[in-house]
Design a protein around this ligand. Sequence first.
Ligand SMILES: [Mg+2]
Length: 276
Amino acid sequence: MAYASTTMIIKTTRDIIIVSDIDGTLMDHEYDLSPAIGTIKWLQQLGIPIVLCTSKTAAEVKVIRDFININDPYIVENGGAIYGSNPKTNEEWELILGRCYRDLRDVLDRLSNDIKFQLTALNDLGYKDIKKLTGLNDSQVTLALDRHWSVPFLNPPEEYQLILNNYLDLYDINIYQGNRMSHLLGRNSHKGKAVSALKKFLNKSGSSIIALGDSPNDLPLLEIADQAIVVPGVNGPNQSLINDLMRNNINYILAPAPHAKGWSFSIRKLLEEYYL
Ligand SMILES: [Mg+2]
């Protein structure tokens, strides 16, 4: 019986990939993901990969992967690059999709001139201000500043955010607004493009993507998912993201609890109902 059940699970779950945002989705705003640990272990037992897909840097994600003990590929800097290792040889690989930091940092200065408002890159702030803004400690800040493919900057006042949208074509960029700050990226790199590139690289074009996110920078990820899951915060879901999803006619499941708790519940319910 156990054998039959195992065979069925392998047969029905082998082509699923979970792709998850980290901040606000898998982790709460205190960077706690402990309510998801049991579900992460359960997914590993089922052989379902968990691809972390985040605005964080590779240096930051490595620490989280070690903590939760997963070896699956990971997407960093909002889709700027993908990293992984060959499970047989342990040889590491990388796929670069983004524009380099120096180039994007130059664009941020040009944008400041264009909109006549000084945009402030996260990397230009002192440790004290970054710690206050992010709640990270000194060593975590060092990892967060190890940027190569995106420029996070302080959210400007709302009127300037709207004006910035007029310059996206001119500089061939995208700007995604997260909960704490905005992210400037080359137009060829976002979370959705990164997932498509990863599937192609792994020769898994037929795999089903279950994607989880919490804010508008996750829209490109939720758009390309076979099943999108929106994870709310303690005060409910991000309304801009919900509006974007509705405007684009994207079906989604709203997790019934915030952060890691909702993450775990939604994944278990979905897999138990439709795949296991
Ligand atoms: Mg997030």
